[in-house]
Design a protein around this ligand. Sequence first.
Ligand SMILES: [Zn+2]
Ligand SMILES: [Zn+2]
Length: 100
Amino acid sequence: MPEPAPSPDKIRFRCPQCEARLAAPRARAGAQIPCPKCSTLLTVPDGAGDADAARAEWSLARCPDCDEILKVKRASFGTPVRCPSCESDLIVDDRPQRGA
Ligand SMILES: [Zn+2]
Ligand SMILES: [Zn+2]
């Protein structure tokens, strides 16, 4: 029987918070899974190739006013973004947020 290609059904990506290397079944592309290391909620990238781009583009932040979890473009770090939930302006920076 033929040798299978190396993990064709797995999407490999990296946790933006702790840099852990992760792999998820391709069927879960677009799904949200918690990082097994730091528990950050991650979106499985859709397909191979631009995992690093996806990693570079988006990050999760918590609104200090209403505790809503926001998806923020990394390009917006350091500039005010508006919370869609409570409409307050908040500044997101690149420092990892430690849970407790
Ligand atoms: Zn992580
Ligand atoms: Zn808010």
